[in-house]
Design a protein around this ligand. Structure first.
Ligand code: SF4
Length: 91
């Protein structure tokens, strides 16, 4: 039915979150990054710290958006709270 319609793949490279598709986590189920215990947090952080090419962007995004849950940019929820606190104190 739609064979005459040209199909153009849509890559949203301008999106503020386009970097997400480049992260190491793309090869894992999302739940890996929303662990319920310390072992899970360590596992997720290892994936981030294993050369994720967008780690810095990921961390800054989570900090800017005040994302409370999950591991982002190799940092747990607690670590991100600490980073935000440190930055507030530094201002
Ligand atoms: S830093 Fe971690 S959560 Fe962020 S994109 Fe990379 S692998 Fe995914």
């Amino acid at each position: 039915m739609h064979s005459n319609i040209p199909v153009t793949p849509v890559t949203d490279t301008d999106s503020a979150t386009a970097w997400m598709s480049l992260g190491n986590c793309r090869n894992y189920p999302p739940a890996t990054f929303f662990p319920s215990d310390g072992v899970g947090v360590d596992r997720a952080r290892k994936i981030c710290n294993n050369g994720c090419p967008v780690k810095d962007q990921c961390l800054e995004y989570a900090l800017a958006e005040r994302i409370e849950h999950g591991v982002w940019g190799g940092a747990s929820e607690r670590e991100r709270r600490r980073i935000l606190k440190r930055r507030k104190l530094a201002v």
